[in-house]
Design a binder for this molecule. Structure first.
Ligand code: NAD
Length: 338
């Protein structure tokens, strides 16, 4: 079977990871990535063998920097069956009309609104909703984190209500503009957008979220309080989490006390860029009291949505009808155990 041709528009934090993840699959290939400026990332992409496409007005700058450019961004559309748009939040929306005109499919990221596509994607929760779609949107890192754990629990026990507090990283490690560099910054507009974003995939779920930005770059940390429809116990919930795709249970007494150690684990596992694709839940921090479930989870913002983008390509391009089969295939290629 011919490999599906994938173009990546925006080769930054998410785009470069998605490009490498797509390259590792045997049923799809990267036909090119876009860069707006001849930065070190453009040079690295060229060194890796990716074809670079750039805006018409930037071609000379790339030539001056000695970085080969294969064509314009519009030329990439002609070479691609599907674009994964990894441009910054709200920039993706400005490209939608071009993708429509070029009659190609496109995946947007969590920085765009759900209304842009009308379909939002999470591999575990709603893989089939994007089947054959022209446009879909992989929800944000935090929303992916909440869906990965809440959806399997809701399927088995049913959830009445969720209250989650997100302690968010202030910036990505390579971002020198974000912050705060010291202090904690609450998001005062409540509920934060994360709850409604979860509802873009699980519309029936009652969920409210609060968020605090913290001076860390490594990961987000969620504290989640869930009211279940019936009484349960800690072992039942752990049993669900143990078989949930891309959820990793860890124990604090193994030395994994915080996000710093989890990132160290990513390095030890030999992952690309030491990424931690799974949502990491502290097993000894899961507690059920009657109908109330409490847990903590850590979210590696730079990478948890990467496998979801691969699965979303398979759903939109009608490559694999069975969600579990796509998840397993993506996982195997990326070294994710479940
Ligand atoms: P980024 O800033 O790291 O990368 C964006 C890339 O797009 C850069 O290479 C930039 O040069 C390029 N770009 C800027 N304007 C462009 C344009 N007009 N045309 C083409 N390329 C352009 O951003 P990111 O963190 O990778 O975020 C991309 C999307 O992924 C956003 O929607 C974001 O909300 C979402 N997302 C980010 C994270 C994260 O933590 N970084 C996690 C999940 C989802």
């Amino acid at each position: 079977m011919a490999k599906v041709k994938v173009g990546i528009n925006g080769y930054g934090t998410s785009g470069k990871r998605v490009a490498d993840a797509v390259s590792k699959q045997d049923d799809m290939e990267v036909v090119g990535v876009t860069k707006t400026k001849p930065t070190f990332e453009a040079q690295t992409a060229a060194d890796k063998g990716y074809s670079i496409y750039a805006p018409e007005g930037s071609m000379q700058a790339f030539k001056d920097a000695g970085i080969p450019v294969k064509g314009s961004i519009k030329d990439l559309y002609k070479a691609s069956e599907i674009i994964v748009d990894c441009t910054p939040g709200d920039v993706g929306a400005t490209y939608k009309a071009q993708y429509e005109a070029a009659e190609i499919k496109a995946i947007f990221q969590g920085g765009e609104d759900h209304s842009l596509t009308g379909i939002s994607f999470n591999s575990t929760a709603n893989y089939s909703e994007s089947w054959g779609a022209q446009f879909s949107r992989v929800v944000s890192c935090n929303t992916t984190g909440l869906l990965r754990t809440l959806n399997p629990i809701d399927r088995v026990i049913k959830i009445t209500n969720v209250n989650a507090t997100l302690i968010r990283r202030g910036a990505d490690p390579g971002d020198s503009k974000g912050g705060p560099i010291n202090g904690l910054e609450p998001t005062v507009k409540l509920p934060t957008h994360h709850g409604p974003d979860v509802k873009s995939v699980m519309p029936w779920l009652n969920i409210n979220t609060m968020a605090v930005k913290a001076s860390t770059t490594l990961m987000h940390l969620h504290t989640v309080a869930v009211e279940l429809q019936r009484e349960s116990n800690t072992e039942e919930v752990l049993g669900i989490m143990r078989v949930s795709p891309r959820v990793k249970l860890i124990k604090s007494n193994s030395g994994l006390k915080g996000t710093g150690e989890i990132m160290e684990l990513g390095k030890d596992l030999g992952r690309d860029r030491s990424d931690m694709y799974e949502i990491v839940v502290w097993e000894d921090g899961v507690k059920v009291v009657g109908k109330m479930l409490y847990y903590y989870q850590a979210v590696h913002q730079e990478s948890d949505v990467v496998p979801e983008n691969v699965d979303c390509i398979r759903s939109m391009c009608k490559m694999e009808e069975n969600p579990s089969a796509s998840i397993a295939k993506t996982n195997k290629a990326l070294g994710i155990s479940r």
